[in-house]
Write a protein that binds this ligand. Structure first.
Ligand code: ARG
Ligand code: GLU
Length: 660
């Protein structure tokens, strides 16, 4: 009894990589294969990543640099999320061809629409270059040599474990990407911001593109006679259906996590950064929401902006709740103390935690300043683009825009005081009498007198301020609470942790490089006695359907199909109902950037398309809790059902490899 109790206490104190936690480097996946196979994976490490033969990595792309996509035919057909294709779909739309509202289906290759500026990137290979750099080769030399290897090649060197390991990533980029099909937003964005980050979910969040290449299959700029790209590998599609407990693997480009940060940094995020940003965005969203309520034209105009602001806003709220519930900061503090006790007689590590804490003291005000700038003054158009000013709608927007300027100036003046406040702003407020009056003045310049030097000067002052703050952190790009000095200290800390905490399976933080996550289809206990099942169906869409609520107004075609039950081959019996599967949950660790990632079964076949996490999982970028963290995927059968039965583009299925 006593020993079990002790064991339980120990596991509570340590923070091991528990089952299903992790985002692993594909080239090193061999170290996880045993565990993956125990969970139902049937293939080998070589099948996931190989530089000698075709492997799964050849069917995964970075989609536009911010999402993931996957090849699902030998003719370059790419599947990704609707919200990943959104900008391209919007740019291709016009009043006469409103693809966001009505969807779009190319009925032949000739009808596919070139998406200007959109690119996809394949990983050619990755390789550790820590030793080469230590031996004196510069990163620039290594990158230049790799880039010269082939047409369309790009390369970058990324740090793992804060630079303890450096990896070269070589990519091949294709720039001729065309829109093949998309459901209407009422399917692709069903549930809108209301259901965003929420389970149960019923969003058909997918769109289809095709990669085109030169006749030699190499990257080529857009040309009408380019041909469909022939990939080394494409994912077969498993249409036999999934069940709770089935193995799942996600292969994609997660953006950024901070798994190893100290409790002090968690405290900053939970108690300062998130709450402040949430409050500012709440006020902005309220202003936009009021405008949207007042005028249908403004509802449409502000829709995209509203969604972009609301997505992280909603995530941060879940994150704060999750960190509170897990008591992440408290437990990390205990973990750090245990580490320090171990390190007390080890000169290399003795002071590292204390040094980091001290550095946090120095940089928190600097980073906070940067965050406030970007959430306030950084959101203001200086000046408004000509097209916007000349748009007839601009008159109707004026009161809202003016109020947004006032809000930004007030929040900035409130949160950024004394020495840190821009002198231009301090003087402006003094001259005009209040932040409101100064904001009015600036708004008038930005809207009506865009050439005004005062505006250009303010913009320049903001830029200079940002540069100064970045210099104080010693960083060129500032993503999270971090500094150059902290980076060096974390490298030492991570080495120490790896020596000390032998049981923990360490994996490098996400940094937009290709990763593998594995887990299984699983529901979760949402609250005491409330279990959330892992699968949703068309019946749930019909239950939410309401033509008077924008987010829940489904296409008539879907209602008709439900009424007639003409589901074709996609109809299934689930819990005694004849229906169509829609979304499912799994235990894979994912983050922003994993949108559009393939969800694969144990045989490497596509079963779904990742697009979100649940509300209770949103703290997983800082601490992953396997009992509650779930990623949300759209079931591949719903994707095919929509293409086939709703879109009437079933011909596209002929080029896919469907497996029963
Ligand atoms: N929450 C998902 C992500 O982080 C989906 C966002 C797009 N959907 C939306 N309703 N805004 O990107
Ligand atoms: N929707 C996110 C994206 O666009 C993925 C969801 C997440 O953050 O887990 O990448």
């Amino acid at each position: 009894m006593k020993r079990t109790l002790l064991l339980v206490l120990c596991t509570l104190l340590a923070l091991p990589a528990l089952a299903d936690e992790g985002m692993w480097l594909p080239s090193l996946i061999q170290s996880r294969i045993k565990e993956m196979r125990a969970k139902g994976f049937r293939l080998s490490a070589e099948d996931i990543y190989s530089i000698n033969k075709a492997s799964m990595k050849d069917a995964v792309v970075s989609f536009g640099g911010f999402c993931t996509g996957e090849l699902i035919s030998d003719r370059g057909l790419v599947l990704t999320n609707h919200h990943c294709g959104y900008n391209a779909i919007q740019a291709l739309s016009s009043v006469d061809h409103d693809y966001l509202t009505y969807g779009f289906w190319a009925m032949s290759p000739a009808e596919e629409l070139p998406a200007e500026g959109l690119f996809v990137r394949f990983l050619v290979r990755m390789e550790e270059v820590t030793d080469r750099i230590a031996a004196g080769e510069t990163p620039d030399e290594i990158i230049a040599r790799a880039t010269a290897e082939g047409k369309g090649y790009r390369a970058s060197i990324e740090q793992m474990y804060y630079g303890n390991q450096q990896f070269l990533f070589v990519y091949r980029q294709y720039d001729d990407v065309r829109l093949v099909g998309t459901p209407p937003s009422s399917i692709g964005k069903f549930g809108g911001d209301t259901d965003n980050w929420i389970w149960p979910r019923h969003t058909g969040d997918f769109s289809l593109f095709r990669i085109y290449a030169g006749a030699d299959n190499e990257p080529a700029a857009y040309a009408p006679d380019n041909v469909p790209y022939r990939p080394r590998h494409h994912f077969p599609i498993d249409v036999s259906g999934i069940e709770e407990g089935d193995f799942t693997m996600i292969y994609g480009f997660p953006g950024s996590t901070q798994q190893y940060i100290l409790a002090d940094a968690v405290d900053y995020i939970q108690k300062c950064s998130d709450p402040v940003k949430i409050a500012i965005r709440t006020a902005r969203l309220d202003l936009m929401g009021a405008a949207q309520q007042s005028d249908p034209a403004l509802r449409i105009f502000y829709a995209a902006r509203h969604a972009i602001i609301a997505n992280p806003w909603k995530k941060w709220q879940g994150e704060v709740l999750g960190l509170e519930r897990l008591r992440t900061a408290e437990r990390k503090r205990a973990y750090e103390q245990a580490f320090e006790a171990w390190a007390a007689d080890k000169p290399a590590y003795r002071t590292v935690v204390a040094d980091m804490k001290q550095e946090y003291q120095r940089i928190i005000p600097i980073f906070f300043n940067l965050e406030v700038l970007s959430e306030t003054l950084g959101t203001l158009p200086m000046p408004y683009p000509t097209a916007e000013r000349e748009d007839p709608l601009f008159e109707a927007r004026r009161p809202t825009e003016r109020a947004l300027w006032q809000l930004a100036l007030n929040e900035y003046a409130e949160l950024c005081r004394g020495e840190r406040q821009l002198s231009a702003v301090r003087e402006g407020i003094a001259r005009w009498g209040s932040p409101d009056a100064y904001a009015d003045h600036l708004f008038t310049l930005a809207a009506d007198d865009p050439q005004q030097a005062e505006l250009a000067e303010l913009k320049q002052a903001i830029r200079t301020d940002i540069d100064t703050l970045r210099n104080q952190l010693g960083l060129k790009v500032v993503r999270n609470l971090h500094s150059a000095r902290l980076n060096d200290l974390y490298a030492v800390y991570l080495r120490g942790l790896q020596e000390w905490d032998r049981e923990r399976a360490f994996f490098p933080d996400a940094n937009s490089t290709l990763r593998v996550a594995y887990g299984s289809v699983a529901g979760y206990e949402y609250a005491d006695g409330e279990y959330h099942k892992p699968l949703t169906t068309l019946d749930g869409i019909i239950a939410k359907d309401d033509p008077t609520i924008y987010d829940y107004d489904i296409p008539q075609r879907l209602r008709d199909l439900y009424a007639s039950k003409e589901y074709g081959r996609w109809g299934t019996w689930i819990d005694g109902r004849y229906t169509v599967p829609v979304c499912f949950l799994a235990t894979n660790q994912t983050t922003g950037g994993n949108s559009g990632s393939p969800v694969l079964n144990g045989r490497g076949e596509l079963i779904g398309l990742n697009f979100d996490r649940t509300w209770r999982s949103t703290m997983s970028d800082l601490e992953f809790d396997p009992t509650i963290c779930r990623n949300i995927a759209v079931d591949i059968r719903y994707v095919l059902f929509v293409i086939d039965r709703v879109g009437g583009a079933g011909y596209l299925l002929d080029e896919m490899t469907l497996r029963k």
